[in-house]
Design a protein around this ligand. Sequence first.
Ligand code: MD3
Ligand code: FE
Length: 211
Amino acid sequence: MDIGGGYHYFPGFLDRDAQRGLLALIRAVLASAPLYTPLMPGSGRPMSVRMSNCGPWGWVTDRERGYRYQRRHPETGEKWPPMPGAIAALWAELCAYPAMAESCLINYYGARARMGLHRDQDEEDFSAPILSISLGDEALFRMGGPARKDPTRSLRLVSGDLVLMTGAARSSYHGIDRIVPGSSALLEEGGRFNLTCRRVHGPDWQHEVPR
Ligand code: MD3
Ligand code: FE
């Protein structure tokens, strides 16, 4: 569903079984690439969202080196686990883009976590869409435009919802105002996972094929 500004909303795209299946895949990723607490560049202030990644590239941040993509987990030093086929398949199904996603950022929101209004600008190719998958507690998603002063809208994202950002939305301001603790029983520990699938390099960037 086109909701304007380049935002496409797919409410309830994943049924309960599909949500459970994705959750199991994410838990398996986190068993080898555990959630860590990212630090803001400069201030070193911890973010309230904890993070990990799968796929060839992972988004990370720390005090000294700031926002970037890298191939390895900042704490274990291991390469990120492969992107599960079910996530790559959603990208292929929904994103009209001639190359696979290179990064799936895993955000975990506890009851008090939030994410301030920001733009995603660390990728090389802004023509690629971004796909967001919500699992667990509901979240109040704030959607703005390409300029910080643009008006914003709020959308309540529910477990199983997908949002695709194309065109203007790809470069638009957005954030998570808060989650709604206890609104979903999907995660036994409570809270919310958001999976954000991105292309980091242009469509012709070649990935090494292991041999
Ligand atoms: C709109 N995550 O990780 S996902 C992020 O729910 C991030 O965890 C939020 O913003 C979350 O950077 C929102 C939806 C999303 C992701 C990327 C976007 C919306 C976007 C990029 C441009 C515009
Ligand atoms: Fe973002």
